[in-house]
Design a protein around this ligand. Structure first.
Ligand code: E4P
Length: 217
């Protein structure tokens, strides 16, 4: 399973990259706004800065919600850098836009997927990635990981090449559950990735070995 970091914070991206396990980045308008990025020029420069930090795909989300704006913005984003993936919401206009981009070999990430039917439409429209949202489903007492598992199963069964990005990940436990569910990618906050390292027996073992090492010097 690949790891994308779900942030627009350049320091966090650098930190994730330094861990040596980073495969890409996803952003969304909330994450970009949190960094205070506004205006076309700053947005473009920020995506270019992210692309300079990582080798993998960088999802850049369109801001418009109608088909024409999505096409215009998506073409501009895709022209920015060869590793930009145009992120489009799974709406009627979004699915039409995914089809437009996939016909032109522009990579897409179909986002805000909360049901198997939406995942089916994303795959049929030729999305490169489909992003089911785990945490937001759990928030409404639904089962986000179960959706990831079902999407993976159905894509495998019917041979769709769309890759599943487990999104809206909140914890290390979510990452492990999505790994078991067969997700191609988990896009996570850095904290959740770092959480995978936490184990009291590892800490205890390191302390014991350090004590022994001190006696050996
Ligand atoms: C996915 O690409 C989204 O950016 C993201 O995972 C949303 O997560 P949230 O529910 O924590 O906002």
């Amino acid at each position: 399973m690949k790891f994308f970091v779900d942030t627009a914070d350049l320091d966090q991206i650098r930190e994730a990259q330094a861990l040596g396990v980073l495969d890409g980045v996803t952003t969304n308008p909330s994450l970009m706004a949190r960094e205070g990025i506004c205006g076309t020029e700053n947005i473009r420069n920020h995506y270019l800065a992210i692309c300079a930090l990582v080798d993998g795909p960088v999802s850049a989300e369109v801001l418009g919600t109608d088909y024409d704006s999505m096409i215009r913005e998506g073409e501009e984003l895709a022209a920015l850098h060869p590793r930009i993936v145009v992120k489009v919401p799974c709406t009627r206009d979004g699915i039409r836009a995914v089809r437009y981009f996939s016909d032109r070999e522009i990579k897409t990430n179909c986002t805000l997927i909360f049901g198997l039917g939406q995942a089916l439409l994303a795959a049929k429209a030729g999305a490169t990635y489909a992003s089911p949202f785990v945490g937001r489903l759990d928030d409404i007492a639904s089962d986000g990981v179960e959706l990831v598992r079902r999407v993976v199963e159905v894509y495998d069964y019917y041979g769709y090449s769309t890759q599943v990005i487990a999104s809206s990940i909140r914890s290390a436990q979510h990452i492990v559950q999505c790994l078991e569910a067969g997700a191609d990618v988990a896009t996570c906050p850095l904290k959740a990735i770092e959480g995978l390292l936490d184990h009291p027996l590892t800490d205890k073992g390191v302390a014991l070995f350090a004590e022994a090492a001190a006696r050996m010097r």
